[in-house]
Design a protein around this ligand. Structure first.
Ligand code: AR6
Length: 184
């Protein structure tokens, strides 16, 4: 992937990159999932196509056991044929105008994705701009939420093994907005 911005916060690297997240070499990649972990389009569809149906099958077992995954939560599966070891499925909110808790729910989805990586003692994670595609969350507004969630996570987990957090999007529009507006 093409690195477009590099930041460091409390010794942790944060990189804004442009590329296909299914090709990322991070320990985990994050999927922008829905509550039923039915990976249809967007980044979710790309992850299942590249990683194999084992990712959808494992997701289906999780939903069979636990029921739907509430918006804001994140769960882990293997990554099939991908280079990453894990896929962390984070459920972001559907944009409904902004007065239905969307900001808090997106914050939780980002934070919980990082928390899953931390619990697995991973060193690197790559995540897309959850909710800002098919789910319609305004991209400019999402940047501040990603910034705050990542900063808060690092503040609250100073001893985490996580060394690198990448924000990886395939499209120029999202990449540019994060490149220009992301800060910690
Ligand atoms: N690599 C990197 N970024 C990507 C890729 C890719 N291969 N594909 C898309 N993006 P979206 P959402 C970017 O729509 O809004 C699915 O049907 C994209 O440009 O994937 O949370 C799920 O099953 C955008 O910036 O996620 C859910 O039902 C970002 O990834 C629903 O879509 C997120 O876009 C989730 O919608």
């Amino acid at each position: 992937a093409e690195v477009r911005k590099e930041l460091e916060y409390k010794g942790k690297k944060i990189r804004i990159v442009k590329g296909d997240i299914t090709r990322e070499e991070a320990d985990a990649i994050v999927n922008a999932a829905n509550e039923y972990l039915k990976h249809g389009g967007g980044v979710a569809g790309a992850i299942v196509r590249a990683g194999g149906s084992v990712i959808q099958e494992e997701s289906d077992r999780i939903v069979q056991e636990r029921g739907r995954i509430p918006t804001g939560e994140a769960v882990v599966t293997g990554a099939g044929k991908l280079k990453a070891k894990y896929v962390i499925h984070a459920v972001g909110p559907v944009w409904r105008g902004g007065s239905h808790g969307e900001d808090e729910l997106l914050y939780k989805a980002v934070y919980n994705a990082l928390l899953r990586a931390h619990e697995l003692k991973l060193k690197s994670i790559s995540m897309p701009a959850i909710s800002t595609g098919i789910f319609g969350f305004p991209k400019e507004r999402a940047v501040g939420i990603f910034s705050k969630a990542i900063k808060d996570f690092i503040d609250q987990h100073p001893d985490t093994a996580l060394e690198e957090i990448r924000i990886c999007n395939i499209d120029e529009e999202t990449t540019k907005i994060f490149e220009e507006k992301f800060s910690v």
